[in-house]
Design a binder for this molecule. Structure first.
Ligand SMILES: Cc1ncc(COP(=O)(O)O)c(C=O)c1O
Length: 412
């Protein structure tokens, strides 16, 4: 018997060494290019100080434009105190799925207040914003359905759509004529059709025309999902996101995704919508059902931040003033800010990876910390520096950053 098994044993190909995979090779290529250009790796720098508008990297204090702490809440005393007391009362983690281990009262409270603030019937929190999107799309759609997405939509929507088994069709960025063309060609062949867009695009800093988009989704009988990760706390007079910015009833959005990790200074994400959507996700979305609940400190920090956002709309106004100032300074100096509307995050278009790396390095030398955005985060040769603005940046910091940009634009 042993010899028969040996005789029939097929000759399997050996799995590649990780160092031979194309993924590893392309990372190495980038690193070697950086070395050849004399540019230091701008990624995975060690942050030696607490997240706030200045950050210490390699022992140097830099004015920070690299974090999405839009409302400066990540070191707000009330947020820190809420997180600490949640640990004292409930410990460091939940250690199980909420479905089986049960909710904390503060989970329910956070979900109720999120739903109320953003104008929806219900909300459900997940351990990450990305997981919330992937799992929601992956759960709601299946074979025979269609996901029509903006070509620049976040990776989480793309991965969720792939997971669902639905067909996928992109439309041109923020181009609703292109969306209509896709729907005219395809709508009738599919059962459920989901249109997915971002609220404030994380690499472009621009928005879709929401009121027109709502008309289109109604006309074609589709669901609409808005990933408002960067719109929460940023868009609209009181930071209620894209719907407030566009003066559209939020309930026209079927699936509203927000993150707790940016303006809300915590970690995790949420999906808001009607009660039925909430019920489906609560019992079926794998990232909720088969994953741990939000830890107490994280939940309490998000809840405290949300309450500050609600009670201090002047923070949002300060953020808007700061954005306007920095955007104006950059534009006045002739920088290309692409299609950005000048709120929250502001991109400065550079083009090549090499120039972006050099420019980034110079900005660090001058005491500023933006983020370099290169392929695959954006298209090849469309690299840029990205500046996240906070309500807590001072006028001097914003002006001197724009000045430093001017002084270093000739890098090659
Ligand atoms: C547009 C967009 N959607 C979703 C996410 C994911 O959110 P989280 O960081 O909470 O997982 C991000 C995060 O960077 C984002 O920029």
């Amino acid at each position: 018997m042993a010899s028969i098994t040996r005789a029939l044993k097929p000759c399997y190909r050996k799995a590649a060494a990780f160092s031979d995979t194309s993924l590893f090779q392309s990372i190495r290529q980038y690193q070697m290019l950086g070395q050849a250009w004399g540019v230091e790796n701008p990624f995975f720098k060690i942050q030696e100080s607490r997240s706030k508008r200045s950050v210490t990297i390699d022992g140097r204090q830099l004015i920070n434009f690299g974090w999405c702490d839009y409302l400066g809440l990540s070191d707000h005393p009330k947020v820190l105190a809420a997180a600490k007391s949640a640990i004292d009362e409930f410990g460091s983690c939940i250690s199980a799925s909420r479905m089986v281990s049960g909710d904390l009262q503060m989970h329910r409270q956070l979900e109720t207040e999120l739903a109320e603030f953003f104008g929806f019937e219900n909300a459900l929190v997940f351990v990450s914003g990305r997981a919330a999107s992937v799992s929601t799309i992956g759960t709601l759609l299946s074979k025979g359905d269609l996901v029509v997405h903006d070509e620049l939509v976040h990776n989480s929507a793309i991965v969720g759509a792939r997971l669902s088994g639905a067909e996928m069709k992109p439309f041109k960025h923020n181009n609703l004529e292109s969306l209509i063309r896709v729907l005219l060609e395809s709508r009738e062949r599919f059962k459920n059709v989901l249109i997915v867009v971002e609220g404030l695009y994380s690499t472009e800093g621009d928005c879709v025309n929401l009121s027109r988009l709502v008309q289109i989704k109604q006309e074609f009988g589709c669901w609409l999902m808005v990933d408002d990760a960067h719109g929460v706390g940023v868009l609209g007079e009181s930071g209620r996101g894209l719907a407030e910015y566009a003066a559209v009833d939020p309930r026209k959005i079927d699936i509203y995704m927000g993150t707790l990790s940016k303006a809300l200074a915590s970690c995790g994400g949420f999906i808001a919508g009607n009660a039925e959507l909430n019920e489906i996700l609560k019992y079926s979305a794998p990232a909720f059902v088969y994953s741990v609940g939000l830890p107490p400190a994280v939940t309490a920090a998000a809840l405290a931040s949300l309450r500050i956002l609600r009670s201090e709309p002047e923070r949002v106004h300060r953020l808007h003033d700061n954005c306007k100032l920095f955007f104006g300074e950059c534009r006045a100096r002739g920088f290309d800010t692409g299609t950005s509307i000048g709120l929250g995050m502001i991109p400065i278009m550079v083009g090549s990876v090499k120039k972006t790396g050099r420019w980034m390095e110079l900005m660090i030398k001058r005491g500023f910390n933006p983020s370099p955005i290169i392929y695959p985060g954006v298209r090849i040769n469309s690299s840029r520096l990205r500046f996240f603005i906070s309500s807590e940046h001072s006028v001097y910091e914003l002006q001197s950053c724009a000045e430093a940009l001017s002084g270093s634009e000739s890098v090659r």
